[in-house]
Design a protein around this ligand. Structure first.
Ligand SMILES: C[S@@+](CC[C@H](N)C(=O)[O-])C[C@H]1O[C@@H](n2cnc3c(N)ncnc32)[C@H](O)[C@@H]1O
Length: 303
């Protein structure tokens, strides 16, 4: 796989999204976003297109009483970047497992227990998937289809596909009774799409629509929010589609956050939002999980 040269990456372009304190006296307005390089092409990958060049070792991760397997790959090996969370427009952080993914799985599990959510037979899209653990959780809970999207093709080929294979194909003992016992007789259809949110709708199955859209730690960059929101509106099935978003309330140093994204949603007035979980465990700034769905007015006027 072709990898980027490390000297392409000026140090100041690397953002650390886990900073838990704002730089003193500064706000996001002090960090104007730089023009980005043109986005990579939109591509679909088959599971057989898994990378043969990069070593991916599996390790368990526990969340809400569930054990999932996650791969570990070197950012240096894949992108020739050492130790960076992300480089905007080039590598968007998908090789690392972010806290929001685990918050999202815990919230989905509790929504299922409370009878507010079922994945059985549903079509699911995970946006900005990286490791793809929330999407894998949906596969385990008998989703009919789970489509994984990431900015970087390398992330899908080196990490997401191996994670799906390890959790679903090689460890079927983790599949829920619905899948194993034939409530839903077949495995979820899994597909893998790379590309920018401004363009990737052209290859996603938006005509069929998605019943559930999942995303974790995707709302950090202010400039990406409008495209992300437009993509959600294009892909969400009507009238019952639902979005679960996990994010930090505010990303210091870059200015995005759950509240910034929700202000966009609110202004548009199509989706209604409700807070599902708040995590303030002291390990980073406050994190949240939100549920979004078409509001009653939108549903009535389109009926
Ligand atoms: C911080 S990572 C989070 C990864 C994963 N969801 C997690 O929580 O571990 C942000 C993800 O959003 C995606 N992303 C960011 N900007 C994007 C853009 N403009 N277009 C498409 N995907 C983007 C990247 O693919 C990346 O995997």
């Amino acid at each position: 796989m072709e990898s980027a040269k490390s000297n392409d990456t000026p140090k100041e372009a690397i953002f650390r999204l886990f900073d838990d304190k704002p730089p003193s006296g500064l706000s996001f307005l002090d960090f104007p976003e730089k023009p980005l390089p043109p986005p990579p092409p939109c591509l679909e990958f088959l599971p057989s297109e898994v990378s043969a060049d990069v070593k991916c070792s599996m390790e368990p991760v526990n969340v809400a009483g569930i054990t999932l397997l996650k791969g570990r790959v070197s950012t240096e090996e894949v992108f020739a970047l050492s130790n960076s969370d992300l480089v905007p427009g080039k590598y968007e952080g998908g090789l690392k497992l972010w806290e929001g993914s685990l918050d999202l799985i815990a919230a989905l599990s509790s929504e299922m227990q409370n009878g507010r959510l079922s994945f059985t037979g549903k079509r699911v899209l995970e946006l900005g998937c990286g490791h793809g653990l929330p999407g894998i959780f949906a596969c385990q809970k008998a989703a009919a289809a789970v489509h994984f999207q990431d900015f970087n093709a390398e992330v899908l080929r080196c990490l997401t596909i191996p994670n799906v294979t390890a959790n679903i194909k090689e460890n079927p003992q983790y599949l829920s009774a619905d899948v194993k016992e034939g409530g839903i007789s077949t495995e979820s259809e899994t597909r893998f799409f790379s590309g920018d949110w401004g363009e990737v709708h052209s290859i996603l199955d938006q005509a069929a629509g998605y019943d559930v859209i999942l995303m974790a730690e995707t709302v950090y960059s202010i400039s990406a929010l409008p495209n992300l929101y437009k993509l959600i509106k294009k892909c969400l099935s009507s009238p019952h589609g639902v979005v679960y978003m996990a994010a930090k309330k505010y990303y210091f140093g870059v200015g995005g956050g759950s509240r910034r994204f929700l202000s966009l949603v609110e202004k548009d007035g199509i989706l209604a939002s409700s807070l599902v979980a708040e995590v303030a465990d002291g390990s980073s700034n406050v994190r949240e999980v939100w549920r979004l769905q078409l509001n009653e007015f939108t549903v009535q006027s389109s009926a």
